[in-house]
Write a protein that binds this ligand. Structure first.
Ligand code: AMP
Ligand code: GLY
Length: 427
């Protein structure tokens, strides 16, 4: 089977890795990919925001399965573009259409959806420039802290947790009146703050049935002990110690089933991954957000634990046969440590030489932001540079292995968190 995968990060390297283990694969193309995926297939420098270019390539190469990693092409309607054409429609496609990707594309839409289907989430109200005054009064009488969310995609920066009313008023006005997040902030969701511990639940939906994938926890803050600025993710682990059977049963009954049923009732045939960001408050799960894709770096701990053939799983998703799949999960613990450039998520240097990847024996390396120069040297090419994942019988062993690998890989401005999983450390 000829497969194309869209994306260029650690998530896509992990997908490429899982796909390339399948006997069903004849050739894998990655659009545009990275030096890690280049070892598993053919990278192609196609601009994936150009849907015509993606379509032309898929027809020319007779692609049979297209898997979309990031949210942007989905929110912008790549699936709809393929469905509108008689030939392109025949290609199995993993990723929702525009009407499903809106779960991530509009926070207001997802809050309304949760409200309609009684899915537990924080209390909220949405405001626009038209009812600015009402929003300002709402903030003044709101308890602290106050969560402000830009409605649309804002590259992970659209959520603000304000500790004072003054800050909330100022930020609210900046979004609605001064385009702080561009059009993404032309609607603002004001939300109750929930205090608890977070985890990420991943669900595959084929438009009718679903499969729950291994649960993961990601470490978003740049600093040790969850301090400092938010990042794309500094590490991850799976399974999650506090997400036990009882908790996951609540998640399935109160959140996953109503989400899948709600989508069907809305007439949305959702074929792809649903990433549910959850918070556990007094042992009860609440939804923080939906995403229409897998998480990064969560994918780097979730996929290595899935023993079921990845192409079988993806095809079943695209073809509506997920109920026929027997999901086999490796009971081992997976831990990922993300190597980043010092300075990230603010300004940082690119193009530093990376060495030592060949020393890593017991962990898997996923390239996140790297490139090769003309001499074939590996260079950093982003804030998040390399993710290392280890599997071991215990969480502590998995973390220790990933930390060892993170020490073996060298580049001049390397930084990583040494405390992934710290809150579960029983030693
Ligand atoms: P998001 O961009 O939606 O992933 O939100 C970023 C982060 O903001 C989440 O991972 C949470 O840590 C935090 N957050 C979002 N909404 C809330 C809320 N209602 N209460 C507490 N924390 C929140
Ligand atoms: N790691 C969080 C995300 O992918 O959005």
């Amino acid at each position: 089977m000829k497969i194309a995968l869209i994306g260029s990060g650690g998530r896509e390297h992990a997908f490429a890795h899982a796909i390339s283990k399948s006997k069903l694969l004849t050739h894998l193309y990655i659009l545009p990919g990275n030096p890690g995926t280049a070892q598993l297939g053919t990278n192609l420098a196609i601009d994936t925001s150009n849907f015509n270019a993606v379509a032309e390539f898929c027809l020319k190469e007779k692609i049979q399965l297209l898997v979309v990693g990031p949210e942007e092409p989905l929110v912008n309607g790549l699936r709809d573009f393929f469905e509108a054409d008689e030939q392109l429609r025949k290609i199995a496609f993993v990723g929702p259409g525009k009407n499903g990707a809106i779960m991530e594309g509009s926070k207001d839409w997802s809050k309304l959806f949760m409200h309609k289907y009684a899915i537990p989430t924080a209390a909220y109200q949405t405001f626009t420039a038209e009812n600015l005054q009402a929003g300002l009064s709402y903030i003044q009488s709101h308890e602290l802290p106050i969560v402000l969310k830009a409605d649309g995609l804002a590259a992970g920066k659209g959520v603000l947790i304000c500790q004072t009313h003054e800050e909330a008023l100022q930020e609210f006005e900046a979004m609605l009146m001064n385009n702080k997040f561009g059009t993404a902030g032309s609607k603002v969701v004001i939300e109750q703050f929930l205090a608890g511990i977070e985890c990420s639940v991943f669900v595959l939906s084929d438009g009718n049935s679903y499969q729950i994938l291994p649960v993961a926890k990601d470490y978003k803050r740049i600093g040790e002990a969850d301090t400092g600025l938010n990042t794309g993710g500094m590490g991850a682990l799976s399974p999650v110690p506090f997400a036990d059977h009882t908790f996951m049963q609540k998640v399935e009954e109160r959140i996953v089933i109503p989400t899948i049923e709600g989508l069907k009732k809305e007439g949305i045939v959702y074929k792809g991954f649903i990433f549910i960001g959850l918070i556990k408050v007094n042992n009860e799960p609440y939804v923080i957000e939906y995403n229409c894709r897998m998480g990064d770096p969560e994918t780097e701990v979730v996929l290595p634990r899935i023993q079921t053939d990845m192409i079988d799983l993806l095809l079943a998703t695209a073809n509506g046969n997920l109920h026929t799949i027997n999901l086999h999960i490796n009971p081992m613990h997976a831990a990922t440590v993300m190597l980043v450039a010092k300075g990230y998520p603010e300004a940082y240097e690119k193009g530093t030489v990376i060495t030592g990847t060949d020393l890593v024996q017991q962990s898997t390396i996923y390239h996140a932001g790297t490139k090769l120069n003309e001499q074939g040297q590996l260079l950093s090419n982003g804030g998040r540079i390399i993710a290392v994942t280890s599997l071991a019988p215990s969480l502590q062993e998995a973390i220790a292995l990933s930390n060892t690998a993170a020490n073996q890989i060298q580049f001049s401005n390397k930084y990583f968190r040494t405390d992934i999983g710290y809150e579960f450390n029983t030693n």
